[in-house]
Design a binder for this molecule. Structure first.
Ligand code: ADP
Ligand code: ADP
Length: 229
């Protein structure tokens, strides 16, 4: 996934939000765009999975909810994001992957430092037809050590079942199994999709066709980022 293009200065605010249903490719694109812009990718899903792996109080509270495909309470997410955004590496901007996921989280974000600059935010809503989402989620594999993601068909590791970076055995996320996926898609429709209308009115908002090869989607995102500078 090397990105040879030079780093560019972030868009005026340097803050990007990825919206989209589970499996749309948010994490894949957010990682590439973060490397391209030289800003951190902040994925609440990764942060929660790390908390679970460490057995922290947050992890213990989140685990049973995540496993079933439900959302973790808004106050917890607002708290962890607030703390994360205070870190030095966020000063030049950041990419949010998986947050905000509810209107309450969006409002919480807007009341944090810099949240009054919503009009400068660059928001990408990645759109993919549902049958393709199901194909992507059922084939997604994940490294429990470094959180790299693969797909058994479209993005397989070099050695079957093993992470390219650290050789760990790849696994399927519990919430990528059928029952949890149905619940996650329903949560998206009910609680996250309304954010499209929210940001459409307030931010620099773009719908992006995510049902294309990874490189094609990324090229469009880079173009939109350039245009926003
Ligand atoms: P999200 O973060 O939105 O849930 P991911 O980035 O984890 O999505 O991608 C979901 C799955 O689909 C992963 O297995 C990933 O390798 C694969 N994938 C991502 N983007 C594409 C694409 N453009 N075409 C095909 N497969 C993709
Ligand atoms: P995906 O890549 O499929 O979009 P994520 O890795 O972002 O999934 O999130 C996995 C799970 O973590 C969610 O189903 C939810 O349980 C929890 N989660 C992540 N971010 C949030 C959030 N902002 N609010 C509530 N729950 C969250």
């Amino acid at each position: 996934m090397g990105d040879a293009s030079p780093q560019v200065a972030p868009a005026s605010s340097g803050r990007v939000i990825f919206l989209g249903p589970p499996g749309a490719g948010k994490g894949t694109q957010a990682a590439r765009l973060a490397a391209h812009m030289g800003v951190p990718k902040i994925s609440t899903g990764d942060m929660l999975r790390e908390a679970i792996a460490r057995g922290t109080p947050l992890g213990l509270q989140a685990a049973p909810l995540m496993e079933k495909g439900g959302l973790v309470p808004d106050e917890l997410l607002i708290g962890i994001i607030q703390e994360r955004l205070r870190e030095d590496d966020c000063a030049r901007g950041y990419i949010l992957d998986g947050f905000p996921r509810t209107l309450k989280q969006a409002e919480g974000f807007e009341s944090m430092a810099g949240g009054d600059r919503t009009a400068e935010l660059l928001v990408f809503s990645v759109e993919v037809p549902r049958p393709e989402l199901l194909r992507r989620l059922s084939g997604r594999r994940w490294c429990p050590r470094c959180q790299a993601t693969y797909h058994v068909e479209t993005n397989p590791p070099k050695r079957e079942g093993l992470c390219d970076r650290d050789g760990m055995r790849l696994i399927q996320r519990e919430d990528d199994k059928e029952t949890a996926v149905a619940r996650r898609l329903a949560e998206y429709d009910e609680r996250t999709a309304p954010l499209i209308d929210h940001y459409c009115r307030r931010a620099r908002f773009h719908r992006v066709d995510g049902h294309r090869p990874v490189d094609a989607v990324f090229d469009e995102l880079k173009g939109l980022l350039e245009a926003a500078r």
